[in-house]
Ligand binder design. Structure first.
Ligand code: C2O
Ligand code: CU
Length: 472
């Protein structure tokens, strides 16, 4: 075995040595997924190109839902249908790509048995869940192939869309990219009281990019500037469509890409109604015709199809890549326009006691340091409100993510020079572009223990743009 010495497009030697060595293992074991029960031929390249000018679209996959109690989640290779019978080798939770949507209520207890069915170490992190260190699934808790890990925690936070994904040291980009991610939805009585669309009218949309090899299997080709996939997938579906009626839908959007930012818009130019983000509902609803969403950020959007006739359709697009992401096909009558909601107020953090500055340097360092699994870089007093300032000296975008607490974005100066409507309320990930300074207020008031701050561009994270700190 030789270490990886690829020079990527940016001319920087990839430091993803462990991923590189293990890259070939991705397709070595094949298991049938629950959704891929059809006989598999040796050739999986069945996604034949349609005649020019037409795109065959496939029904959007909707992951099964599960409660968080007595849940076993196994990370293992699987074969899934990306749409229209094009089978692909992926890595999946319980054979599903994306993994099952965990749906819980605030106050519930999660007891989750994680099984490592991969050929390398892994651990699962519950992104956005405020849990103690032992349950946070950080890289110091990684388990060996064949081993298992038991989580037990109380869900004690407001309704929101969180998610789960692997978080092993230097292997996160590979494991997420090959398919390991799922939604973790929290509900509460405040949300219930709003009477938001539910059931078939509440749809999770996990949007990401992917690259397929010549046999149609997911292929992870890391580059230090960030993985740059060739096609979009929504809920693991290629060229998806969703059959809708003319009423109001609630879309729970997650950018599940390793590195790509999506500029979401509708082909009709009609606005989305934004009602929530990472940390749950916002205080005000806002109509927006474009929303830029960075890796790991979430959006809660309402959309009415009342303005379209049965038989018409509208496309969810990514204006950055010029991609069609998801076609909404109106197939049935319905009624309803987007309601005016009285959304909950959010208590503002204020009067920070200290300011800490974090410089996201190059592609692999924070404040000049590479991540060290065993080094604790700073201590944060429990219960104290602090101002954390994020700066960069190049190689952005850096989606900055913090474990252990949500934060409130105060300002962005330089660069885009504003805080966008989707950055209000409670956040756990905020996009930092070149020349920008972003300030947030944060208070760790749930648990003492060791947590992480890192870039959620997973290739930057794997190369070392991550830091351990301890709440004391
Ligand atoms: Cu979504 Cu530390 O990760
Ligand atoms: Cu970064």
């Amino acid at each position: 075995m030789t270490p990886v010495t690829d020079i990527d497009e940016d001319g920087e030697r990839l430091r993803l040595t462990r991923s590189g060595l293990l890259r070939g293992a991705a397709v070595s074991v094949v298991a049938l997924s629950a959704s891929g029960g059809a006989a598999l031929s040796s050739s999986r390249a069945r996604a034949a190109a349609p005649p020019k000018g037409t795109v065959t679209r496939y029904p959007l996959h909707l992951p099964p839902t599960t409660a968080p109690a007595s849940l076993t989640l196994a990370e293992a290779p699987a074969v899934v249908d990306l749409g229209g019978g094009s089978y692909s080798n992926v890595w999946a939770y319980n054979g599903f790509f994306p993994g099952p949507s965990i749906v819980a209520r605030s106050g519930d207890t999660a007891s989750i048995h994680l099984v490592n069915g991969l050929s390398e170490e892994t651990i699962t992190h519950w992104h956005g869940m405020i849990v103690d260190e032992r349950n946070d699934g950080g890289p110091r808790y990684a388990i060996a192939p064949g081993a298992s890990y038991d989580y037990a925690f109380t869900i004690n936070q407001r309704a929101c869309l969180n998610w789960y994904h692997p978080h092993p040291h230097m292997l996160t980009g590979e494991q997420v990219n090959l398919g390991l991610a799922g939604a973790f939805i929290v509900r509460d009585s405040v949300e219930d009281a709003l009477g938001l669309p539910f059931g078939a009218h509440e749809v999770p949309l996990i949007i990401r990019d992917a690259t397929l090899d010549s046999a149609g299997n997911l292929q992870y080709k890391p580059r230090s500037g960030g993985f740059d996939g060739q096609i979009p997938l929504v809920n693991g579906t290629r060229n998806p469509y969703l059959a809708v009626d003319q009423s109001v839908y609630r879309f729970r959007v997650l950018n599940g890409a390793n590195a790509r930012i999506f500029g979401l818009a509708l082909s009709s130019g009609a606005p989305f109604t934004l009602i929530g983000n990472d940390g749950g509902l916002l205080e005000t609803q806002t109509n927006l015709s474009r929303i830029d969403v960075a890796p790991a950020e979430r959006l809660d959007l309402l959309l009415s199809f009342a303005g379209l006739s049965v038989g018409q359709s509208v496309m969810l697009r990514d204006l950055r890549a010029g991609w069609d992401l998801l076609e909404f096909r109106v197939v049935a009558p319905g009624t309803g326009s987007v309601p005016t909601l009285s959304l909950p107020t959010i208590t503002k953090l204020s009067n920070p006691v200290t300011t800490r500055t974090f410089s996201f340097d190059g592609m692999s360092k924070i404040n000049g340091k590479l991540f060290d699994l065993n080094r604790i870089d700073f201590q944060v007093p429990f219960g104290q409100t602090e101002r954390w300032r994020f700066i960069t000296n190049g190689n952005a975008p850096h989606p900055v993510h913090i474990h252990g607490a949500s934060f409130q974005v105060q300002s962005r100066t330089g660069g885009r020079g504003q805080v966008f409507p989707w950055e209000r309320g409670w956040k756990d990930t905020v996009l930092l572009e070149d020349r920008e300074t972003v300030e947030v207020l944060i208070r760790f008031d749930a648990f003492r223990g060791k947590y992480l701050i890192h870039c959620h561009k997973l290739e930057h994270e794997d190369m070392g743009m991550m830091s351990n700190f301890e709440v004391v």
